[in-house]
Ligand binder design. Structure first.
Ligand SMILES: NC(=O)c1ccc[n+]([C@@H]2O[C@H](COP(=O)([O-])OP(=O)(O)OC[C@H]3O[C@@H](n4cnc5c(N)ncnc54)[C@H](O)[C@@H]3O)[C@@H](O)[C@H]2O)c1
Length: 324
């Protein structure tokens, strides 16, 4: 894998906030496999204990149930840590439109607490989850850092604010921060349940249960769906990035473009079902197309994603077949 043998010191210690969620639990797993220490901090608000239970026997693993809205919790969690991978946040554009105050407290103040705790504990690198939503209504493709439009949701505002706060911590306090703008990540352990579930796990589950999925809009929207292994690689490479690249945000995607309707048909074929979808209205705050230019991450982080959509979706489908 492209993140083996990156050359971390043997006793490296990682704090993963949101470590019981989809992306966080995959980061915990990958880093434990590499033989490093992991502390997972999660309030289990959208994540699940079951996502991390399998690590409890590993002496390199520690679970802390706690909320990043609480500065003391963040301070304690950062003790002795070398690298912070800050994933804790609430996702979902539509939910953020319903709950703006919560998104401000959780996603902005929470990350600001983590930045402050990382600074006071002198961590080496602070890598955090941003999002492609910061491109807002910018119509040009591919999306390129430095060319952002008007933000379309409180969720996008929260991620943009995190980037601005992180920049301040690099500028004024010398904390090396790296923002990773994830583009529609998918893979094992992504939650298929609930009104705000991501489309790929939701559709797989519905199709496996013989239900009829609903596509919002005409299905001709496109996204740069990114397999989880590429996201793990980006996080680990950002931990080893140069000081010169700090204070920046980077697109983390594969650089491809998949249409929702094609994904739908690919899933029905792979699952051997014959179910036509329902079509619903477009969702507020959604953009029509999204596809990333990943040259900045390639150049400054050495990011070189190996997992195409086609390769990743095959593995993801197999995982859901066995685990749903
Ligand atoms: N999945 C994607 O496609 C995607 C795309 C862009 C950005 N992101 C970002 O990546 C990160 C991880 O997303 P995910 O898809 O794994 O979501 P997830 O909901 O599976 O994981 C988020 C985790 O953070 C925890 N959490 C939330 N608020 C917390 C708080 N205040 N204190 C402690 N823990 C808290 C949750 O319990 C959960 O375990 C998030 O910051 C999200 O905004 C994800």
């Amino acid at each position: 894998m492209s993140y083996n043998n990156l050359g971390f010191p043997k006793d490296s210690f990682f704090l993963i906030t949101g470590g019981a969620g989809f992306i966080g639990s995959n980061l915990c797993e990958a880093i434990l496999k590499l033989g490093y220490r992991v502390r997972c901090l999660d309030d289990l608000s959208t994540g699940k204990q079951a996502n991390v239970d399998m690590f409890l026997d590993n002496s390199n693993y520690e679970f802390v149930k706690g909320d990043i809205k609480d500065l003391d919790t963040c301070m304690k969690a950062c003790e002795s840590v070398d690298y912070v991978l800050n994933q804790a946040a609430w996702g979902s554009v539509p939910r953020s439109i319903e709950m703006p105050l919560f998104y401000c407290a959780n996603n902005i103040q929470g990350t600001l607490n983590m930045l402050e705790a990382a600074r006071q504990n002198r961590v080496k690198k602070f890598v955090y989850a941003s999002s492609s939503s910061v491109y807002g209504d910018e119509p040009n493709l591919p999306k390129k850092e430095g060319r952002e439009g008007n933000l379309l949701s409180p969720y996008a505002v929260s991620k943009r604010a995190d980037e601005e706060w992180a920049k301040q911590y690099t500028r004024h306090y010398g904390l090396d921060t790296y923002g990773l703008r994830y583009f529609n990540v998918f893979g094992r352990r992504q939650d298929p349940n609930g009104a705000y579930a991501a489309v790929i796990p939701k559709f797989i589950k519905q199709l496996l249960h013989g239900e009829t999925p609903t596509i919002n809009g005409d299905g001709k929207q496109s996204r740069d769906f990114t397999y989880i292994e590429n996201v793990i690689e980006a996080n680990l490479k950002a931990c080893l990035a140069s000081h010169e690249a700090a204070g920046e945000a980077f697109n983390v995607a594969y650089g491809g473009r998949e249409y929702l309707i094609d994904i739908y048909h690919g899933l029905t074929e792979a699952l051997g079902v014959d179910i036509e979808p329902n079509f619903g209205p477009d969702r507020a705050g959604d953009i029509k197309h999204s596809n990333a230019d990943i040259s900045k991450a390639r150049e400054l982080l050495g990011y070189d994603p190996e997992w195409s959509f086609e390769r990743g979706i095959k593995v993801a489908i197999e995982w859901y077949k066995e685990n749903l």
